[in-house]
Write a protein that binds this ligand. Structure first.
Ligand code: SF4
Ligand code: FES
Length: 241
């Protein structure tokens, strides 16, 4: 397969960027999107050109680092899929692809396709830790958790902190991310005790970091690779009063 790639190139946060166009051929349908970029980088190395900088860590849909907007869609058009789990067979031969970094003021472009997502770390830190005494590891059945509640907590905990919800939101809101983090702790007995303060602190930090508010566009739920539900935002709004 052969693809025309329009890739955002930017040397640093201080300078503006622009698209550069590359042709890549001999791509097997079973090549992942990131492997295709690896092949392009090998090509650039042979031509003595600067490699394209892009983020990844696990390449297994776990770490949330592979933050690319592909043809206008964070993580590409395929639902419930991170960029690293996207394969080139999803595209027709000779497709043109426009590849950009996340676009949000709170995620500064560091270089090419990488952005600074440390704002998410600071939001998590602002939530603090569970400070109530929980004793030593309890016997699993001592504190009973209703099955549906445990499932909801587990679903919220699936958020990998990728930031696609921010990248797609017209307000660049981090509400889905924050709501997922608040939910997965507040639904369980030990985390529930301090959930009010935690939710307020995280919301304040989200605002301080420059993320916008939620105004129910709902794009975030559609692009989230882990299917985090908007119900988490409702739950968060209830606790924030
Ligand atoms: S809520 Fe979904 S899109 Fe947002 S950071 Fe978590 S996994 Fe990514
Ligand atoms: S590289 Fe870890 S989720 Fe994509």
């Amino acid at each position: 397969m052969i693809f025309t790639l329009h890739i955002w190139r930017q040397k640093s946060p201080q300078v503006g960027g622009s698209f550069s166009t590359y042709i890549i051929n001999n791509i097997d349908g079973d090549t992942s999107f990131l492997e295709m970029l690896d092949q392009l980088n090998e090509q650039l190395i042979h031509q003595n050109e600067d490699c394209i900088v892009f983020d990844y860590d696990c390449r297994e849909g776990i770490c949330g680092a592979c933050s690319l907007v592909i043809n206008g869609y964070p993580h590409g058009e395929k639902t419930a899929t991170t960029t690293c789990q996207l394969y080139m067979r999803e595209y027709k031969n000779e497709t043109e692809l426009w590849i950009e970094p996340w676009r949000a003021n709170s995620f500064a472009v560091l270089k090419d396709l990488t952005v600074d997502r440390s704002a998410f770390d600071r939001i998590i830190q602002s939530g603090g830790y569970v400070s109530v005494h929980t004793g030593s590891a309890p016997e699993a059945n001592n504190i009973l958790v209703e099955k549906n509640t445990a499932d909801e907590a587990f679903s919220a905990a699936e958020c990998i902190g990728c930031g696609a919800c921010v990248a797609v939101c017209p307000n660049a809101s981090a509400s889905l991310f924050v709501a997922a983090k608040i939910s997965h702790l507040m639904l369980l007995p030990q985390g529930e005790i301090e959930s009010n303060g935690r939710a307020h602190n995280m919301m304040m930090q989200m605002q301080d970091e420059g993320f916008g508010s939620c105004s129910n566009h709902r794009y975030c739920e559609r692009v989230c690779p882990k299917g985090i539900s908007l119900q988490n935002i409702t739950r968060m709004n209830n606790i924030l009063g």
